[in-house]
Design a protein around this ligand. Structure first.
Ligand code: ADP
Ligand code: MG
Length: 716
């Protein structure tokens, strides 16, 4: 007996080939199939009389087959199946290309319904590759599946056609639509006038009208976001029940710290650090996202939080995504805390150091780990190595993560395995997060926003450079270098000829991993460009190259030399993308700009303009397409990360937005996520429900579904 939980393998009409294809789409059960919703619909609901057809119509006709046969054109080896059908008003031809099986399934005297485009050929009007199905002479449209109605069109991936899905889903719907349980509570259904589940399922797949299709979609979008909100808010409530080490703020100490800085904090920095320091005072674990555009000065804010925790006798772990960044933070923060007597450890996969009393020295990893475990060292900065099993803390109070996007509950637990206390979490990002995402995917985090840049900053002048002006750009670069300034040249790949792009190329932006593979053919490589620049263009300048295949030590030495002014031009891959701080650099030249997402380009640009000097960003591109022009123009016009993220969304569409694929959020929910009203509605509904029933004890079915949903999404 089939049930809604029956596995795809046990559904009689689905053979092994299709089982595999469905699995790849994440469809495992009957219920999954019923919840695989169409991407759009074709309106074939109007049956037109044959003598009313006109060229260009998208139309549906019903009639009897007078004649059908297949011929093969010998020149092109195309099978053409040709049928003539007739109704009371006239007759018309239908042509199918390379579908000879149609000839077998349709015969003379069959009644059929055909839906498709009317075209004009040598022999007059004909239906071009129409959808077809056999009907009885008297048929009501409800029994039709592929024609004669509003027909569902599914996103056809991995060899699963809409026709096949309709053929499978419709009988399943007929058998099971009333067996799928309603999980939305009565009050919610009433309040929002949602279709009940049974009706919604039918109307989502085989709607009676477009209004019904929309109503069904609205219901499922709500349902999915509601599950997401329940899951996030429940986790958060659970976390808030745990205890974190309270770190009372020492206002005097904080004033002393800010006075010791070579600059004044911006108002935003002050507000954000106050919010964070106040959170740290509470015994409930903080979960906060500190968001601020590149160069807005997040590090100093995080350092204040760290100082507060340390001076309360606790430990702090600071995690960065790459070794370059971790070591830069290690040095920068050591310096900032110089006068405050804080020992700091550094730990990456390969190296470990300790900073104490103004000196950095290499230490054995084993010793550093012991110091951390026994609380001998209050702060450690490092890469992902910090969440390895061997790293233990004695009294961890604060975890700071830079540019990780998601640092999940599980990872936080990993850091505190031998403690009943949960540390506070401060996550930092330069990625602009629209409000809708802040309330959904990041819905478990409180937000602190650095809205302004330090006052001395000038906008980086951004120019799309025409190939004919390359020389002018080079002359300009020479002039800057002669004034003692630093120049970045970014290339999309490491070696010429290889298709290998820099690993982790898209860290720090929401661009899908393979985005950069889409366009362009002649991609500049770092090695090639380095040769050219150092031999032909700037033989008199000090040029160095850097890429992800180099040893961390090597990269670090290069960055340091560049920072100190011992290198004029640094030719690099995207390894310089996130957070690298070289105030003396004033030119960012990007080759193959079409290969990078807007958010990523904005990140690159953020590598310059980090002092009071005027900086420049030169964009070179070989892709003349309108789309690319539009994207790069957006970068020229806007210096606001939020605006650029919005533009990226408009230009590229929501489909591949924000790594929805990576997160496993269903499409219907992803579309919903872009709708702030819906997001707010679902959040309010979820909050209300959890206030009354925090454990969902009175909504067991819902609880079950939330769990199921959590398994599908993976934010961490
Ligand atoms: P991000 O937010 O991108 O991580 P950083 O924290 O690396 O930015 O800061 C960028 C640079 O700006 C650093 O050199 C830092 O010392 C400097 N900086 C931070 N805050 C200020 C400020 N209020 N005024 C001037 N410079 C600042
Ligand atoms: Mg940073």
């Amino acid at each position: 007996m089939l049930t809604i939980e029956t596995k795809v393998e046990e559904i009689p009409r689905i053979g092994t080939a299709y089982q595999k294809k469905l699995k790849k789409l994440g469809i495992k059960t009957v219920q999954d199939l019923l919840c695989y919703f169409p991407a759009r619909y074709n309106d074939f609901s109007n049956i037109v009389e044959i003598n009313k057809l006109k060229n260009g119509y998208s139309a549906c006709v019903q009639g009897k087959i007078i004649e059908i046969g297949t011929t093969r054109t010998f020149k092109k080896w195309v099978d053409i199946t040709e049928a003539t059908i007739e109704d009371d008003t006239g007759s018309i031809k239908a042509l199918w290309f390379n579908q000879p099986y149609i000839d077998k399934s349709l015969k003379e005297d069959d009644f059929v319904c055909l839906a498709g485009k009317v075209s004009l050929g040598k022999g007059g009007l004909y239906l071009n590759n129409p959808a077809y199905e056999k009907i009885n002479e008297v048929t009501d449209n409800h029994s039709l599946t592929h024609t004669g109605r509003i027909v569902p069109v599914y996103s056809e991936t991995r060899g699963v056609t809409s026709r096949w899905l309709r053929y499978i889903i419709k009988p399943l719907l007929a058998n099971f639509y009333n067996k799928v349980p309603e999980i939305l509570p009565e009050e919610i259904l009433k309040k929002h006038k949602f279709l009940p589940i049974q009706k919604a399922l039918w109307q989502a797949h085989f709607p009676d009208s477009f209004e019904y299709a929309d109503a069904a979609k609205a219901r499922f979008a709500f349902e999915n976001l509601f599950l997401l909100q329940l899951s996030i808010l429940k986790e958060r409530a659970k976390l808030m029940q745990k205890t974190a080490p309270a770190c009372p703020m020492d206002a005097k100490l904080m004033r002393e710290f800010t006075k010791s800085l070579p600059f004044q904090l911006t108002d935003s920095q002050k507000q954000c650090s106050y919010q964070i320091l106040k959170d740290l005072e509470k015994p409930a674990p903080m979960s906060r996202l500190l968001e601020g555009d590149v160069g807005s000065g997040k590090t100093v804010v995080a350092t204040m939080a760290a100082l507060s925790a340390v001076k309360n006798g606790h430990q702090v772990a600071f995690m960065a995504p790459t070794e370059i960044l971790a070591s830069q933070h290690f040095k920068g923060i050591s310096k900032m805390l110089e006068k405050f007597d804080v020992a700091i450890g550094y730990l990456s996969g390969k190296e470990s150091f300790r900073y104490k009393a103004g000196k950095i020295e290499e230490v054995k990893k084993k010793d550093l780990l012991l110091d951390l475990e026994f609380g001998q060292i209050p702060m450690v900065i490092g890469t992902h190595s910090l969440i390895q099993k061997t790293v233990k803390f004695s009294k961890l109070a604060l975890v700071i993560v830079d540019e990780q996007h998601r640092f999940g509950v599980a990872q936080r637990a990993e850091l505190t395995k031998n403690s009943r206390l949960v540390p506070h979490l401060l996550s930092m990002t330069a990625t602009p997060i629209p409000r809708t995402l802040a309330l959904t995917v990041y819905g478990d985090l409180d937000l602190s926003l650095i809205k302004e840049m330090p006052k001395d900053r000038k906008k980086t002048k951004t120019v799309i450079v025409d190939p004919s002006e390359r020389k002018t750009a080079y002359d300009f670069i020479r002039k800057e270098v002669k004034e003692g300034k630093g120049v970045f040249v970014i290339c999309p790949k490491i070696e010429s000829g290889s298709l290998k792009l820099e690993a982790g190329m898209t860290t720090g932006s929401f661009v899908p991993q393979n985005y950069s593979l889409i366009s362009g053919n002649e991609t500049k490589s770092v090695t090639q460009e380095y040769e050219k620049l150092s031999k032909e263009i700037f033989p008199d300048l000090r040029i160095t190259m850097m890429h992800g295949k180099m040893k961390p030590k090597e990269k670090e030495r290069i960055m340091l030399d560049f920072k100190k002014g011992e290198i004029d031009v640094l030719v690099s891959t995207s390894v310089v993308e996130v957070g690298v701080d070289v105030p003396r650099a004033t030119v960012m030249m990007i080759e193959g700009a079409e290969r990078f997402g807007l958010a990523q380009l904005h990140q690159f640009r953020g590598r310059v303009g980090r002092s009071d000097m005027q900086s420049y960003c030169f964009l070179f591109t070989t892709d003349p397409s309108q789309l690319n022009r539009k994207r790069l123009k957006a970068l020229v016009d806007s210096h606001n990360g939020f605006e650029l993220a919005q533009k990226d969304l408009e230009i590229r569409g929501p489909g591949q937005l924000y790594g929805s694929q990576q997160w496993g959020i269903p499409d219907v929910a992803m579309e919903g996520i872009l709708n702030i009203f819906l997001v707010e509605k679902t959040r309010a509904a979820a909050k209300e429900m959890l206030e009354k029933d925090p454990e969902l004890k009175n909504h067991l079915l819902l609880k079950e579904r939330v769990k199921h949903f959590e398994k599908k999404i993976h934010f961490e």
